[in-house]
Design a protein around this ligand. Sequence first.
Ligand code: BJW
Ligand code: ZN
Length: 258
Amino acid sequence: MPGERNDPIQRVGDWLSTARRVAVLTGAGVSAESGLPTFRGAGSGWAGFNDASLASPDGFTANPDRVWQWHEGLRARVAEVTPNAAHRALAELGRRLGARGGRLTLITQNIDGLHQRAGSEGVLELHGSLLRARCMACRQRIAMGIDVPITRTAPACGGCGQPLRPDVVWFGEALPAETLDQAVESAADCELFLSVGTSAVVYPAAGLIDLALRSGARTVEINPQPTAYTPRLAASIRGPAGDILARLIEPCRPPHPA
Ligand code: BJW
Ligand code: ZN
């Protein structure tokens, strides 16, 4: 477009500094710089667990403690790490947009709670949270924050005594309906959509990118690697999320008071 700058960071920074409705979809790459493994990369967090016979309701029913222990291992790692520059930049972007009457909808596939620990509010967790457990029988939920001690066996539900499972979404399971509805609404209604640190292969989360494209939003990817969506996007920025997001939000800095 006329007047747009060539450098994608400057161009997307300009878009960010004027947009009022921004939606961001994040994936495991956003937490990589905190030291958490991604799902599909080298040293994947799924090593030994990418088998549907385990990461599934049937797998849990057959062997609750094994599935529980695997997730507890991940929760222990989450407790050891802290939010990184990418989480902090997105929290700051939410504040800056809010201060000028705009809105950031932060949609995450991550289950690690790091966006919230960085200060983001209203995070839409599409794939649930490692920091909660729930009962498959009576639907009770309990908090399993990073301060809750790690256990080797799945705790019993206080309501019905059945083993509690991690409150995450496994393949073939429905995403939390209200959360997904809100994510769909924000993707269809935003002016600018950022897809950050996700391979964009898992649906319906990746479908939010299609929705943003169809609704005419400027749609941007931040990822060291291309994805299947790259050719269709308004801009693709190659690099680590922390560095890139910190630079992108610079032009949104509120003016100094006189
Ligand atoms: C960096 C970086 C740095 C590195 N900076 N970047 C077609 C349409 C709709 C659905 C389907 C479909 N085909 C198949 C399906 C079903 C299925 C699906 O999508 N399968 C695909 C694999 C094909 N989807 C489902 O089953 C979903 N449910 C569903 O569809 O239900 C239907 C239903 C309706 C009504 C009733 C009943 C059912 C559920 C999906 C659940 C996903 N769950 C997981 C695991 C949860 C936790 C656990 O088990 O412990 O969620 S899978 C895993 O993948 C995890 C992640 O959230 C998700 C996405 O991965 P993500 O975040 O993109 O990570 P990676 O590792 O793939 O990518 C990391 C990226 O970061 C890479 O690109 C790197 O380059 C980059 N990176 N360093 C920035 N520093
Ligand atoms: Zn119960």
